[in-house]
Design a protein around this ligand. Structure first.
Ligand SMILES: [Zn+2]
Length: 95
């Protein structure tokens, strides 16, 4: 259990799951990453940025929020965009 964080598009009711906040040794909070259903593991580093920028481009000019499921419980009814799809990059003209 715990509180999970999502980058959501409220326009499309779509979200990506960025996992929990994890405290590093120095106290800095970092996100868990992005879960890959294909790899059955949390992605981190450059792969997350590639996926996030794909999500941002697909949802350009839409209402994007970063939110926890504690503050937006209905995020669980949103369509969950797969990390593996995002890693293929946005299609031209997909807005
Ligand atoms: Zn959208």
């Amino acid at each position: 259990m715990g509180i999970y964080y999502f980058l959501c598009c409220k326009t499309c009711e779509t979200a990506i799951d960025l996992g929990k906040k994890i405290a590093k040794k120095d106290g800095t909070l970092v996100m868990q990453g992005l879960f890959s259903e294909e790899g059955l593991k949390w992605l981190s580093g450059d792969l997350v940025w590639i996926a996030v920028q794909s999500f941002l481009q697909i949802h350009e000019n839409h209402e994007l929020i970063f939110v926890s499921d504690e503050n937006l419980p209905e995020v669980h009814t949103y369509e969950n965009t797969e990390a593996d799809e995002l890693l293929k990059g946005p299609n031209k003209g997909q807005h």
